[in-house]
Design a protein around this ligand. Structure first.
Ligand code: PLP
Length: 396
């Protein structure tokens, strides 16, 4: 077995797809410590910059003082605390739904929901670039899975017409972490209504980031009531851990009794729940963080385009610089690291072959000077590596 695994590892290494972990020595903030030096963090999902927020840290301290550390049991046995119930009510209010249910991770929420709702009599229509947890949930359900072209309602409708039989559900990320683009939610709501399909939306990257009150992309588009199953995480902008599902009371009631990833896992600790509640309060009371993030995104996208990079326009804090081969993405990332900028290279299997890239994740706590420095260094490295023309950008 050892040699078999060693061969698999070497195959990954030869293809430039072998990945190594990097170990940080500080909170996940706009400036982080890595290998004993300070780097400008441009690859964090902590979009609102809350991982080192004093109020969240205090909430964890207070919860540990009052409730101790571990939850001690699964939610249906002995691991549900009043904190869990309060957070679920707050999520329902935040998402304007009847009810909500906390899962231990977003991954577990997606796997649990899809496998509890659908079975082999169902048809699941899934966006080609959906997150792995949605793909795994579709597979685990045993339902027929029909993959439609990325963000393409016309292809979706065609496939519904030719594959539909029995109950069905459309499932999509709202903010895709690969390209930083948004699903065409208004069109999906319309299609779901016309064909009497359920619509499930994964708001992992949009929660706390998009919409007037941070509710996500559905709020951004003003179509919240068209979503049957709204899923999100506490692990990204909310700087905590856990996933959630918001929807009708029967949906939540059923999932609590049927979703295996909910039932057969120890509840999240009181401290984690307390941090999520404190983060939600910040999302409610500090909309300026979302405005700063949106302004950062618009400025950096425009500036990168001015420097000659092909960057798409999306109202999101994820900016994708598609480079092509994995080695180019890795070289680019390593060159930036020598300038103390941390931007990770995203490679297959996370993205399709030939579309390896740098992915920039902005934070509300970045300063304009941080972004100016990043722009200057990215432009220089882009010229050295031949990604952009070295004359084109000279007037930038
Ligand atoms: C991160 C992510 C998840 C998983 O959430 P975790 O809480 O990290 O397990 C699910 N879906 C999408 C789209 C994600 O980006």
């Amino acid at each position: 077995m050892k040699t078999m695994l060693q061969e698999k590892i070497e195959t990954l290494q030869r293809a430039g797809l072998y990945r190594r972990m990097k170990y940080f020595e500080s909170p996940q903030a706009a400036r982080a410590r890595l290998g004993g030096r300070e780097v400008l963090m441009l690859s964090s999902n902590s979009y609102l910059g809350l991982c080192s927020d004093d109020r969240l840290k205090q909430a964890a301290h207070d919860a540990i003082t009052r409730y101790g550390t571990g939850a001690g049991g699964s939610r249906l046995i002995s691991g549900s605390f009043d904190l869990h119930q309060k957070l679920e009510k707050e999520i329902a209010a935040f998402k304007k739904t009847e009810a909500a249910l906390i899962f231990n991770t977003g991954y577990m929420a997606n796997v649990g929901v899809l496998s509890a709702i659908a079975d082999k009599g169902w048809t699941l229509f899934s966006d080609r670039l959906n997150h792995a947890s949605l793909i795994d949930g579709c597979r685990l359900s045993g339902a027929k899975v029909v993959v439609y072209n990325h963000c393409d309602p016309v292809d979706l409708e065609r496939k519904i017409q030719s594959h539909r039989s029995g109950p069905g559900l459309i499932v999509t990320d709202s903010l895709f972490s690969v390209d930083g683009d948004l699903a065409p939610l208004p069109a999906l709501v319309d299609i779901a209504r016309r064909y009497r399909l359920l619509l499930m939306v994964d708001e992992a990257h949009a929660t706390g980031v998009l919409g007037q009150s941070g509710g996500g992309a559905a709020e951004y588009f003003g179509i919240e009531t068209g979503i049957d199953i709204s899923m999100g995480t506490f692990s990204k902008a909310l700087a905590s851990e856990g996933g959630f599902v918001a929807g009708s009371l029967p949906l939540v009631d059923y999932l609590a009794n049927a979703a295996r990833s909910f039932i057969f896992s120890t509840a999240l600790s009181p401290a984690t729940i307390a941090v999520s509640r404190a983060a939600l309060a910040v999302v409610r009371t500090e909309p300026e963080r979302r405005r700063t993030l949106a302004a950062h995104s618009a400025w950096l996208r425009q500036s990168l385009r001015g420097a000659g990079f092909a960057v798409e326009d999306h109202p999101t804090p994820i900016i994708s610089l598609v480079l092509g081969e994995p080695s180019l993405a890795v070289d680019f990332s390593e060159a930036l690291l020598t300038d103390n900028i941390f931007v990770s290279a995203i490679r297959p299997p996370t993205v399709p072959a030939g579309t390896s890239r740098l992915r920039i994740n902005l934070m509300a706590t970045h300063s304009r000077e941080d972004l100016e420095y990043a722009l200057e260094r990215i432009t220089d490295v882009g010229k050295v590596l031949g990604v952009i023309n070295s004359t084109e950008a000279s007037d930038e």
